[in-house]
Write a protein that binds this ligand. Structure first.
Ligand code: ATP
Length: 235
């Protein structure tokens, strides 16, 4: 069993993962370890392969070669199990525009078989956490991009996942929304959640991440703490 520096089993391990789309090598052999209850940022430009890796780890697509485990489960073999312990907020909102914000969160809660009272409480708490109480009972179709984004991330937290994957979570958020999101992420990690997020912003990785991996054209080109990376790249 692979171990991290502090001796715990990694929350995520990725070994030699590749994925090609025709001639495009979206991932050309990626290795990653993420310690439990930390934030790991995958930093890179458009087309670097970030979304592809997140989609593999969240069991949405299959890798070509390599191995990946999330919370000790093989991403190819234990899909159903994994879907119950991880949360995912991607670049296109997985929510229903006809329903209100509150109804969306309660619907997700019911999909996870939470009793209806717990579902209502969970929805209420998340609406409060993401500062969406005022628009809770409006249809999502009337939300701004930033509000939708926050609701989508709230939806990924309904089932209190052990591991949370956030693909470019702050895209479309204003500075205030971004700060709120960072606050929520820090709070989750203090509570024991492991977070893998992708970002194009060094500042976001610097602010939030315990470790950062820089990805470009399907390869990791640097990896370490923000401080290590800055000193290596000469600021
Ligand atoms: P962005 O920041 O723009 O989301 P990314 O780092 O998430 O970029 P990916 O979406 O993983 O990058 O894409 C990596 C490469 O794989 C790109 O060249 C992209 O065009 C290609 N790609 C991704 N998905 C597909 C697909 N379904 N079919 C063909 N090519 C794809």
């Amino acid at each position: 069993m692979m171990q991290t520096r502090n001796g715990a089993e990694p929350a995520v391990t990725v070994r030699g993962v590749t994925k090609a789309y025709g001639d495009i090598h979206a991932l050309a052999g990626i290795d990653i370890d993420i310690e439990p209850a930390t934030v790991f940022a995958l930093l890179g430009p458009n087309g670097a392969g970030k979304t592809t890796l997140v989609r593999i780890l969240t069991t949405l697509i299959d890798m070509d070669e390599g191995e990946a485990r999330v919370a000790g489960h093989d991403v190819r073999r234990d899909k159903t199990r994994l879907r119950n312990i991880m949360g995912f907020a991607g670049q296109s909102a997985a929510v229903d525009p006809i329903l209100t914000g509150r109804e969306n969160l309660e619907m997700v809660a019911r999909l996870y078989h939470l009793p209806s009272r717990t579902a209502r409480e969970r929805a209420r708490d998340l609406l409060e956490q993401f500062d969406l109480e005022e628009s809770a009972d409006r249809q999502l179709g009337a939300y701004s991009g930033g509000m939708r984004r926050r609701l989508d991330i709230a939806a990924s937290l309904v089932a209190e996942p052990e591991i949370l994957f956030l693909d470019e979570p702050s895209t479309g958020l204003d500075p205030r929304g971004r700060l709120d999101l960072w606050r929520v992420i820090r709070q989750l990690v203090r509570g024991g959640t492991t977070v893998l997020l992708t970002t194009q912003y060094l500042e976001e990785a610097d602010q939030l991440a315990d470790r950062i991996a820089v990805i470009d054209r399907g390869r990791l080109i640097a990896d370490g703490t923000a401080g290590e990376l800055k000193s290596r790249l000469g600021g």
